[in-house]
Design a protein around this ligand. Structure first.
Ligand SMILES: Nc1nc2c(c(=O)[nH]1)N[C@H]1C(S)=C(S)[C@@H](COP(=O)(O)O)O[C@H]1N2
Ligand SMILES: [Mo]
Length: 408
């Protein structure tokens, strides 16, 4: 088992993503609010030019900004990209690539992508892929910034994933009775010995859920290389840190294996609100982030748009949750005093983006704040920005989105 010095990774490790995993001590309090920085727009293979927050490892978001979130399905060539380790393979030979299923199983398997396509029943699911750190920068509004890549809403997307149920693969291998956990590993290797491997774990019971798939197609095409070609795990309703890309190993285990990305990186306070007093850094008992929280994002208009008085504006966006389904999206044009229901668009299923729209004909000039607030079918509702619980890693941000526009 890889031995990690826990303290070594606290705090600063998350501030700059992978590059900072290699050193640095916990920063002293209070956490500094990061400086604004305008990242370049770079074209990567199979992608439109995208905003490159980092190019090694690639951290890309759509150059359209929030306007990519006016549609239910995010195009592959604009889908965001997030890798932790700089050493991702430069090529993959499908004749050699195998998904190994091993450990506590009766029959270890070594499956090619063709095997997955021809020897298993295919299945499809539309599902939102959202980084646990998505929208993290908006925590700064609370007065206390958080560690990690300061994503706006760009670290999410929704695609139609096609592949094989994880449980079908596990059943084919025959999981032994002693097994309790399943470890999932991607093809990329840590660049240095002291960097943790990107390794995720799931409890056996969780892996048996029907909707979890090993996907070989995204929106009807091969997965883009940067989104995990040739196969990746898809766990609908779950934050994407566990959606292992370039999945090459499924290790069935009798005991839990401690790992950096499970136990330290993507964690929130282990209490009911999953929050702490803002600014209290990482000195709390943690648990891994899991299911997503109800959320909506305004796709159009973008902040600071000038709108002519009397013109017709179609406010539009997307909403989603952990898979209960969106019941309603409410819009406010007066800073939250009154709310009206938006019109919900096409339903791609309970794990997908639910597009919504709201017609507005502004009749007076001045500054307006548009707010959007989603409620799901079990009554979960987005908190207002000043009500959201804070955590040092800046995970699970889901406060009511707002955009300021000017009517002229
Ligand atoms: N192999 C591998 N899989 C991975 C990661 C990684 O670094 N390596 N990052 C995870 C995280 S934290 C996120 S947010 C998603 C990003 O998926 P995307 O690049 O397809 O958008 O991949 C997940 N799967
Ligand atoms: Mo992530």
């Amino acid at each position: 088992m890889r031995h990690l010095n826990r303290r070594h990774f606290l705090g600063a490790g998350l501030l700059l993503g992978a590059s900072a995993l290699l050193g640095k001590e916990t920063p002293s309090k209070p956490i500094a609010i990061p400086q604004e920085y305008t990242p370049p727009i770079i074209a990567f293979p199979e992608k439109k030019p995208m905003v490159a927050i980092s190019d090694r490892p690639p951290l890309l978001k759509s150059a359209k900004g929030r306007e990519i979130f006016t549609q239910a399905i995010t195009p592959n060539d604009e889908f965001f990209v997030r890798w932790h380790l700089p050493d991702i393979p430069t090529h993959i030979d499908l004749n050699e690539f195998r998904l190994e299923v091993k450990g506590s199983v009766n029959t270890p398997l070594s499956l090619s992508v063709d095997d997955l396509k021809s020897k298993f029943e295919p299945t499809e699911v539309a599902a939102v892929l959202q980084c646990g750190g998505n929208s993290r920068k908006y925590y700064a509004v609370t007065g206390q910034a958080t560690h990690g890549v300061q994503w706006d809403h760009g670290a999410m997307g929704c695609a139609i994933w096609k592949g094989v149920k994880l449980k079908d693969i596990l059943n084919r291998a025959g999981v032994k009775e002693s097994a309790t956990w399943v470890g999932l590993n991607g093809l990329e290797k840590p660049a240095m010995d002291e960097t943790p491997d990107f390794f995720r774990e799931m409890e056996i019971a969780e892996t048996l859920q029907d909707q979890i798939i090993v996907a070989y197609a995204m929106n009807g095409e091969d997965l883009p290389y940067l989104n995990g070609f040739p196969i990746r795990l898809v766990i609908p309703g779950h934050f994407s840190d566990s959606w292992v890309k370039m999945l090459s190993e499924i290790m069935v285990m009798d005991t839990y294996r401690k790992s950096f990305f499970m136990d330290v990186a993507y964690t929130v306070p282990d209490n009911d609100c999953e929050c702490v007093v803002s600014g209290s850094d990482f000195e709390y008992k943690r648990k891994p982030i899991a299911t997503m929280k109800v959320k909506s994002v305004i796709g159009y208009p973008s902040p600071d748009t000038l709108i002519k008085k009397g013109s017709r504006v179609k406010i539009a966006g997307v909403a989603f949750d952990q898979g209960k389904g969106i019941k309603e999206v409410m819009i406010s044009l007066d800073g939250g005093k009154s709310w009206s229901a938006a019109k919900l668009g096409q339903d791609y299923g309970k794990f997908a983006f639910r597009p919504w729209s709201f017609e507005w004909e502004p009749k007076t000039k001045g500054d307006f704040t548009i707010m959007a607030r989603a409620i799901n079918r079990i009554g979960n509702i987005q908190p207002l920005p000043d009500e959201i619980g804070w955590n040092a890693g800046g995970y699970q941000y889901n406060a009511v989105d707002n955009v300021n526009v000017k009517i002229v």
